[in-house]
Design a protein around this ligand. Structure first.
Ligand SMILES: Cc1ncc(COP(=O)(O)O)c(C=O)c1O
Length: 369
């Protein structure tokens, strides 16, 4: 059989995956066969998971609100003093589990969740699987959730209000303190989806994390801007009760309960996340954020000079109104490019997307239009 090889990243422009950090790759290979889903049997990988969750807690301000995060993730009995969460298979599982925790904690009949139009499609799956009603609220002209619309959509059956911190299409950050207040006024929980933006936002002035607002749960994915290997998402809770609401008994394992959605989980994903976080938080992530911010601003200006409409770049996603013919011509030249739901193309400046690469895109653009 011919040996299959993965494609290179040198033409990938719209994906939120990227080249992993070498330490993450090496750690993933070492932990390929072990199962963090059974921590009593596989204690070493479980220790790495606790470290990764503790660092994610530091990165998202969780340690400031629950006391010192000491690497003892989720093991304290009183709901304070440690980060509560786990390494998921990705943002989809983290978002689904956040919805499930809120539904289980509120115990209302016919529950609904309030989600902005800009939210990732994982919430549609979550609503479908968990049988909760999805209430979509519009975003404003700048693609952020309109708090007035969210306030109008919540009612006594709302169990969760979702805010996005780094939206998939435009990289926008919702007004999170306002949305958290709206959620709590309705006795609902507030979840922040920072799956993509979470490794960029610590270096900005945005209000997005547990320390900035009374956020109850948060998604942050090491396998996106965290430069870990796939699969590695992250789910964090302000209180231990969030994890407790997900736990089921596990007879016939050495461990006695399990909060994750999947049973057997990827040791490679967990070990890769722990290694990437150790190598890059905070200075490596800061440097990458600053590079990506510079490159995306430059690229946006280049496109504007060519007459394209490019909205302000907030986090490193550049959106431009290329015609369908230009979009198709670039794809024919091998660029892996996608469009937003409303049409414009989106280029996500991930760690592998360099200025040199984008200079090549501009040259092809000048050639085909
Ligand atoms: C904001 C956001 N949330 C959730 C997800 C889903 O993550 P995953 O593909 O890892 O399941 C994505 C994926 O791009 C995303 O951008």
């Amino acid at each position: 059989m011919q040996r299959a090889a993965p494609q290179e990243f040198d033409r990938v422009l719209s994906s939120m995956c990227t080249v992993p950090h070498p330490d993450a790759r090496a750690a993933a290979e070492r932990f390929l066969a072990v199962n963090p889903g059974d921590p009593a049997t596989y204690a070493d990988v479980s220790e790495l998971e606790a470290q990764a969750v503790a660092t994610l807690g530091e990165l998202t301000g969780l340690d400031e609100v629950v006391g010192d995060v000491d690497g003892d993730a989720g093991s304290d009995a009183d709901g304070v003093g440690a980060a509560h969460g786990y390494i998921t298979s990705g943002g989809t599982e983290a978002n689904l589990q956040a919805v499930r925790a809120a539904r289980n904690r509120r115990d209302v009949e016919d529950p609904n969740i309030v989600v902005p139009d800009s939210a990732h499609f994982s919430f549609s799956k979550a609503a479908d699987v968990l049988d909760v009603t999805l209430r979509r609220v519009p975003t404003d002209d700048d693609h952020r959730t309109d708090p007035a619309a969210a306030a109008a959509a919540v009612d006594e059956r709302t169990v969760l209000v979702v805010a996005v911190a780094g939206s998939t299409e435009y990289g926008r950050v919702d007004p999170i303190p306002e949305l958290a207040a709206i959620a709590h006024e309705a006795d609902a929980y507030c979840h922040v989806d920072a799956a993509w933006g979470g490794f960029l936002l610590p270096f900005t002035d945005h209000l997005w994390n547990f320390a900035h607002a009374p956020v109850d749960s948060l998604t942050i994915d090491p396998h996106k801007c965290g430069q870990a290997v796939i699969p590695a998402g992250g789910l964090l809770f302000r209180e231990r009760a969030g994890m407790d609401a997900l736990a089921v008994d596990t007879p016939y394992l050495e461990s006695t309960s399990q909060a994750s959605l999947t049973g057997t989980r990827s040791g490679a994903g967990v070990a890769g996340a722990a290694a990437a976080l150790e190598a890059l938080w905070p200075d490596g992530y800061r440097r990458e954020y600053e590079r990506a911010a510079r490159v995306s601003r430059w690229f946006a200006d280049e496109l504007r000079e060519r007459g394209y409409e490019v909205p302000a770049v907030e986090l490193p996603i550049v959106v431009a109104d290329l015609s369908t013919a230009t979009f198709e011509a670039l794809r024919e030249r091998g660029w892996r490019l996608s469009r937003t739901g409303s049409g414009p193309v989106r280029i996500v400046v991930m760690p592998h997307v360099t200025r040199e690469m984008l200079t090549g895109v501009l040259a092809d653009l000048d050639d085909v239009r």
